[in-house]
Design a protein around this ligand. Sequence first.
Ligand code: AVJ
Length: 320
Amino acid sequence: MTKKESFQLEFEQHVEKGLSAFPKFLSSKYIYDDRGDELFQQIMALPEYYLTNAEYNIIHQYKSELRALFENTKGFDLIELGAGDGKKTKVLLEEFHVHATNFTYIPIDISQHAIDNLSTSIKNIYPEMEVHGAQGTYFKVLAALSRFNKRPKVIIVLGSNIGNLPHREAIDFLKQIQKIMSPEDTLFMGFDQKKDPYTIQSAYADSTGVTQEFNRNLLHRLNREMNADFTVNKFEHWEAYDPENGTAKSYLIATEECEVAIKKLNLKVHFNKWETIHTEISQKYDDLTVEWLAKESGLQISQIFEDQEKLFKNYLFKKK
Ligand code: AVJ
């Protein structure tokens, strides 16, 4: 089975399970096809979506300090999980380029489209830079990364992407990273912070409706790829941030009772009026929670970086 076929099979099994469950769910990782990537780009440009600018601010502010932390005589492999359009990483790449830092950039993303665009754009800006992009889901790709063991690794995961995982899965993810880390390796990861609930709520329920379209892309994708017949605009985006546990949850809610056929799966799904599909969590953190995640995963925090508006933090971890 090719990688594409096994992804498709996994996707189909997930849809079958998620839409037969009560309450229904679908994973946000399936939002990211070409259209999903494009919608996420639009989200990152929204004034309400503060995460991107905040993390950009951190990287920009601390780029020379970060370079000093990463640089070493053997050079290093810069492995980025969930690289996307690389907007924030390019600040680091520029810093490394200017200082003739010895490194290889290995961007990884679930979207082949994102990897192709990113690799091309880096080739155009820095023709000499060593770049080896790879497509894959985090968990699959991580296993293959242990072969990067000739020189120190810097693994970066930006954008609070870890926030899509419930704590138990986040710990599994961190453990898998920890397993392939040597003592001299570094993990640099972004964690969106708990803050004024209104700020979080508006970041995920924007007034222009881009986030709704992003969320609805799951249903469009089922229509396109699994021959489903969702009337997509009958499903509304809903966002609920719980300040107690720091979890923002996204839903699609059926505004009318309906019956949907997913022909490729031979599946009929019934929706009551106001029935939900839970699609995403975007976890918000504080230092205590990140310390706990690190401890559970055999990692330790060695440094914390914060943006000027105190919205977001990047943590540097070492293997414990
Ligand atoms: C890409 C997972 C970081 O949860 O903030 C943005 C995705 N969803 N708006 C996030 C997202 C709705 C985003 N991450």
